[in-house]
Design a protein around this ligand. Structure first.
Ligand SMILES: [Zn+2]
Length: 406
């Protein structure tokens, strides 16, 4: 996690200034007036902003949609005021978390659960997403930390270690041992991360806003790593980084790398698009059975419920003895990390997918003809192809048979 920038403590008067705000008063001009430093080109003088987003103050219990006494900051307060006050603040409560990509994603997921309750809530959710996009787009260039020289050049300590490791594992690298390459880059990345975590530029990586350390920084400053060579059916290794530049011997390998990246972006979406057409043609007539229906199948999927899988299976039914229990936002914490037996439409033996196998999500959303929603599967491939154009790093991971099946 990036080092937290030290903020000042607001006076009562300053706190009142924020508390009295209405969402409509929070315009781009207003945010720039209070959060942006000003630079005078004539006098060459900088005027510090009136507040920083990380300046702090206390909210007493119940003072503003918060149940307990909390310490919050100006940025988080503005987010709650501008994006949530007119949408879900009363239901969801004050969100007092650092607004990283991951945390905002979790809030959005939680609000999506509220949104699923009715059409009115769904309209509010769209309004919330518009407000969130507006807030991020209009002020980020004024308040976010820029890239620094330190993060833009290879770190001497890391370069020294890299030389040692490349020499030590010369044979393994020549033998194209991917596990050794992965270990080397992981060690160097961890070392670089440790050295950069107090640098302001690391905020960009830590927040999840732009570039992943594991991909962007690795290729720019550590090494390019393995690239698949389809003519030989094996991996070629480039040990230089983009900053160090490539050797003459690397040129053919880089060409392979480029083809793989652009194949993903140019031909890949066509493949996924065709799959979407096939899925739509094949499943367009699939309709759900009546609410409360149960085909009585004994089939179910057994797996350990992770947070990610919980999102996917929200409102589905778990088998507990002879009972079916719905997984929902109220009980999800009880099941995450535990093995569950989940009913799944792939085991349904009814004429149409039944309520017990399909879960309640579609019924809540008022969807009966669910066939066309199955193109979500090809959508995953489409996203993967598009992302593959930005991230061609080869990673190794261990996977159990159970994980492969879920
Ligand atoms: Zn069924």
């Amino acid at each position: 996690m990036a080092k937290v920038r030290p903020g000042k403590w607001l006076t009562q008067e300053d706190k009142n200034f924020f508390m009295r705000l209405t969402p409509k008063e929070i315009t781009k001009r207003f945010l720039q007036d209070i959060f942006s430093d000003k630079y005078n080109l004539v006098t060459n003088k900088k005027t510090e902003s009136r507040f920083n987003t990380y300046d702090q103050f206390e909210l007493k219990a119940g003072e503003y949609h918060n149940k307990e006494k909390i310490v919050t900051n100006c940025g988080i307060f503005i987010y709650n005021k501008r994006c949530l006050e007119e949408t879900f603040l009363a239901e969801a409560g004050y969100q007092n978390v650092e607004l990283t990509k991951k945390r905002v994603g979790k809030i959005n997921e939680m609000l999506a659960q509220h949104a699923a309750k009715s059409k009115e809530s769904l309209i509010l959710y769209v309004d919330y997403l518009n407000k969130l996009r507006w807030l991020g787009d209009c002020i980020h260039s004024d308040i976010c930390a820029p890239i620094s020289i330190k993060s833009f050049k290879p770190l001497p300590k890391v370069q020294k270690r890299k030389k040692e490791l490349l020499k030590k594992y010369e044979k393994e690298i020549a033998a194209k041992d991917l596990k050794t390459i992965d270990n080397i880059t992981s060690e160097l990345l961890a070392m670089a991360e440790e050295e950069l975590k107090d640098d302001s530029s690391y905020e960009m990586y830590a927040s999840g806003a732009r570039g992943s350390f594991d991909n962007a920084y690795r290729r720019m400053q550590i090494m390019n790593g393995p690239v698949y060579n389809p003519s030989k059916g094996e991996y070629d290794i480039i040990t230089n980084s983009l900053y160090e530049g490539y050797t003459k011997e690397d040129i053919a390998t880089i060409a392979n790398n480029l083809v793989q990246i652009f194949y993903n972006k140019s031909i890949g979406p066509g493949d996924s698009g065709y799959l979407t057409k096939q899925i739509s043609a094949g499943f367009q007539t699939v309709m759900l059975d009546e609410k409360g229906s149960d085909c009585g199948t004994k089939g179910h999927i057994k797996f350990v419920l992770t947070e990610q899988l919980a999102e996917l299976y929200m409102y589905s039914y778990m088998v507990e003895g002879s009972k079916l229990v719905e997984l929902n936002p109220e009980n999800v914490d009880k099941y995450v990390g535990k093995p569950v037996k989940m009913r799944d439409p792939s085991y349904c033996i009814g004429d149409c997918p039944c309520n017990a196998c399909a879960g309640n999500r579609f019924y809540i959303e008022g969807l009966k003809k669910i066939g066309l929603t199955m193109s979500a599967v090809s959508g995953v491939f489409l996203n993967g192809n598009m992302k593959g154009a930005h991230d061609a790093t080869i990673r190794l991971t261990e996977m159990s048979l159970d994980e492969m099946m879920t």
